[in-house]
Design a protein around this ligand. Structure first.
Ligand SMILES: *Cc1c(COP(=O)(O)O)cnc(C)c1O
Length: 360
């Protein structure tokens, strides 16, 4: 068996111990004689799995009691519609557009009410986070929306925007559980789990209870109403049970690693190795403003498309996979999520040094 260093943006690398444990439990989950994939989501065993997963997530993020945790399907993209359908009581929402995912959410919200773009970094290909200390937040805005870590461009909000008292909604898909978070600053925190937590096919929504109401936009489907899922503890219909099981294992792994404070330290250390190299390289350079750099997604270029392609190809042959940048921006991108070991980043930098020597 040969495991590569997988720098994919998502679905992405998972902790090897978690995969091993899941493999060991595949045919007979703890004496049940079944795989978790094969058992009823209403049975006692799965009930234990989902409850424990929720509790471990609550412990990791210190989620207050007045927030619900929902395990939903439809990916992060489904939230682009679900959020306005459930929250747009005044039919007004403000969006800060810092990348393709925020832009998609902004465009989707326009179907349901008046979505205002109150800040954007599109003028410089989303390579920075705009100053959000004094934005023209709408008087009657139902919420202010951000994408906290921009997976494609590699920027991250280091400070949350001043929402002037309005509810903050954040897509944290690519920075979920990468560092400690003050949940009380948000109305909704949500993310697709396939970036930094588990397998594809699920989104976790952490939502303040007062935002869960029956008063949703007319025509909102039952399945797209937060209250449906909150009232049924994410078991209104069959959930993505295997994904919940794997995410639960990742939460346990994170606890064992020392929790989110320890992950932040580890992630900062990993990112610094790569950014320091980029800042001193004569061939490669980073593409975003230093103050806004993500700890999770690191885009970089040589400035020469053919050389970029050669790098991606040779890196793959050396066991460093999925380094090609997003199709919309080109170049390279190394996603160095929680489960990427320090050795993976060191191997990447060593390879980049060698490539630089050979190609300058
Ligand atoms: C990947 C990603 C999405 C889309 O996730 P899906 O689960 O594929 O819908 C949305 N937002 C961000 C920040 C992402 O990184």
């Amino acid at each position: 068996m040969r495991r590569v260093y997988n720098f994919s943006a998502g679905p992405a690398v998972l902790p090897e111990e978690v995969l091993q444990e899941a493999a060991d439990e595949m045919l007979d989950y703890r004496g049940s004689g079944m795989s978790v994939m094969e058992m009823s989501h209403r049975g006692e065993i799965f009930d234990g799995i989902i409850k424990e997963a929720e509790q471990d997530l609550r412990d990791l993020m210190h989620i207050p009691d007045n927030y619900k945790v929902l395990f939903l399907q439809g990916g992060a993209s489904q939230q682009f519609a679900m959020i306005p359908m459930n929250l747009m009581k005044n039919k007004v929402a403000d969006y800060i557009v810092t990348g393709q995912w925020a832009k998609k959410a902004y465009q989707e919200a326009q179907k349901y009410g008046k979505a205002n773009k109150i800040a954007s970094s599109e003028d410089k290909t989303f390579s920075y986070i705009p100053d959000c200390s004094d934005l023209p937040v709408s008087e009657d805005a139902d919420y202010v929306y951000i994408c906290e870590n921009n997976t494609i461009y590699g920027t991250k909000f280091k400070e949350l925007p001043n929402t002037k008292g309005k509810t903050l909604v954040a897509d944290v898909s690519s920075c979920f559980l990468s560092e400690p978070v003050d949940v009380t600053k948000y109305g909704i925190i949500y993310g697709g789990v396939q970036k930094n937590i588990g397998p594809a096919g699920m989104v976790i929504v952490i939502i303040r209870e007062d935002l869960i109401t029956e008063d949703v936009l007319p025509g909102t489907p039952t399945m797209l109403t937060y209250k449906t899922h909150a009232d049924n503890n994410s078991l209104y219909n069959t959930p993505n049970s295997y994904c919940i099981y794997i995410c639960g294992k990742v939460f346990k792994w994170l606890k064992k690693m020392g929790g989110l404070e320890a992950m932040k330290e580890r992630n900062e250390k990993k990112a610094a190795i790569l950014y320091d190299f980029l800042d001193n390289s004569r061939l490669f350079h980073g593409t975003v403003e230093k103050k806004d750099r993500s700890l999770m997604n690191v885009p970089f270029v040589t400035g020469n498309k053919e050389l970029d392609a050669k790098f991606v190809k040779e890196a793959k042959a050396a066991g460093l996979e999925n380094l090609k940048g997003h199709r919309s921006v080109g170049g390279m991108r190394a996603s160095i999520y929680n489960a990427m070991p320090l050795e993976g980043v060191e191997a990447l930098v060593a390879f980049m040094k060698k490539f630089e020597e050979e190609n300058l």
